[in-house]
Design a protein around this ligand. Structure first.
Ligand SMILES: Cc1cc2nc3c(=O)[nH]c(=O)nc-3n(C[C@H](O)[C@H](O)[C@H](O)COP(=O)(O)OP(=O)(O)OC[C@H]3O[C@@H](n4cnc5c(N)ncnc54)[C@H](O)[C@@H]3O)c2cc1C
Length: 399
């Protein structure tokens, strides 16, 4: 097993680390105290610099202006960018756009790619993904109320969605809707349809207040209504009834992106924890880091972050070699393991900083609030744990 970093990864890691440190981290304070809109003009200038590195939308093929990074390479990039809340946006690899780019690249028609994928990859527009509904358990993906019915040359969509991240200012939504209610296989009943957000009948009711923040622009989560929104039949993304198959394709690499971003957050939190423990005096000459409790936080955090990174890189490697369906167990394992590691590391860092940890002088408090959702979205912990356990027990049953 070769654990050495490839030359390509080593070279882009240093470029990205420098740009993030010099250009993105200085925007954090304004972002944390005044919100995303306050830093958007500066972020546009940073994006221009990110383009010059050749790593803008780096997961996309060169034909779309990307660097054509493999998933295992992108994982390292995601970790670097995760060290600041604005890193992924600066390089146009932020959720949910990255997932929608991957969907369009793999399943979009040539016309859909020209109209939606190219401007998305250039960073000229943003998008959102509307699947979850307030009235139905999002953990059960075959149970939803939104329908899309054929009417002449159009789909007519009716339904209620929420937690549509980044819908505020998005140019289009990918809508998951039931198109084939009578299909015998429940996983063949829904489809994905592209809905421009200026379509009459598409209404963004407003941004939901999450942990005390309503957010704006990309940094927000919206409630959305489809009141009979009509879009042409050719806006179907992928095959009719293929919504769940596409969603699975989207979520496999998506979980690698999130998990490596979380590891980037863990590394930054760890730096903050250690920097504070090694310099904060509890009395003259008496360092916080001399306490065994704090040493335990440092040692345990180091071990947990290291283990998490190896797990995620292994899952990425397996997806790359065998495809996401073959790596389902590994993907579930990392999803709940890394989300929990993140919670623990952030909690220890905040505790070590005391009152300072609760302020917006560091990104710890922001992450503590906003990344709690990591244990819920893209499959709640309990769903992944149960799915892994069922697979394992099935193997024992066969014996
Ligand atoms: C910050 C954030 C961003 C999001 N972004 C998007 C987005 O862009 N687009 C989108 O469509 N959705 C988005 N979501 C929605 C997210 O995908 C759902 O919240 C998630 O799928 C869970 O669905 P639910 O909220 O309906 O919870 P429910 O399905 O009602 O589940 C509630 C709880 O029940 C338990 N549970 C559920 N099923 C099982 C089971 N089988 N076994 C054991 N326990 C179980 C779990 O503890 C779970 O947390 C986002 C959510 C958050 C918090």
């Amino acid at each position: 097993m070769d654990f050495s970093e490839t030359e390509r990864v080593a070279s882009f890691r240093s470029v990205v680390r420098e740009l993030v440190k010099k250009e993105v981290q200085p925007l954090e304070r304004t972002f944390l105290s005044q919100g995303f809109a306050a830093v958007l003009p500066q972020l546009r200038a940073v994006r221009a610099k990110a383009r010059e590195t050749g790593l803008f939308a780096a997961h996309m093929p060169p034909d779309y202006g990307g660097a054509g990074l493999k998933l295992t390479e992108f994982a390292h990039l995601s970790e670097e960018l995760g060290r600041t809340p604005l890193g992924h946006y600066a390089f146009n690899v932020q959720a949910p756009d990255i997932g929608n780019m991957e969907l369009l690249l793999e399943h979009g028609s040539p016309a859909q790619k020209e109209r939606w994928l190219r401007p998305l990859a250039r960073g000229d527009i943003r998008s959102c993904f509307t699947m979850t509904e307030p009235e139905f358990a999002g953990s059960n993906p075959v149970w939803m109320g939104t329908t899309a019915k054929r009417d002449g040359g159009a789909w007519v969509i009716r339904g209620h969605k929420w937690f549509s991240s980044a819908a505020d200012g998005a140019a289009f939504a990918v809508c998951m809707a039931v198109t084939n209610p009578d299909a015998e296989d429940p996983y063949r009943r829904a489809s994905m349809i592209i809905v421009p957000t200026d379509t009459p009948g598409f209404e963004r009711i407003g941004n939901i207040s999450v942990m005390g923040h309503r957010g704006s622009d990309w940094a927000s989560h919206a409630e959305v209504m489809y009141h009979g929104a009509r879009v042409p039949l050719e806006n179907l993304l992928g095959p009719e009834g293929g919504g769940f198959v596409l969603a699975q394709h989207r979520l496999g690499p998506g979980r690698i992106h999130h998990c490596m971003r979380w590891i980037g957050i863990c590394e930054r939190a760890f730096d903050i924890l250690c920097g504070h423990a090694a310099t904060r005096e509890l009395a003259p000459g008496d360092l916080l880091g001399s306490r065994q409790m704090v040493q335990q936080w440092v040692g345990e955090s180091r071990a947990e972050i290291h283990a998490a990174r190896l797990m995620v890189l292994h899952a990425a490697w397996k997806i790359e070699r065998e495809g996401a369906p073959a790596a389902r167990e590994e993907i579930s394992l990392i999803k709940f393991t890394v989300a929990r590691t993140l919670q623990r590391v952030l909690d220890r860092a905040i505790q070590a900083l005391g009152g300072l940890g609760m302020t917006d002088e560091t990104p710890l408090a922001y992450w503590y609030a906003h990344e709690r959702a990591g244990r819920i979205y893209d499959g709640a912990d309990e769903v992944h744990i149960s799915s892994v356990a069922k697979r394992i027990l099935k193997r024992y049953g066969r014996r």
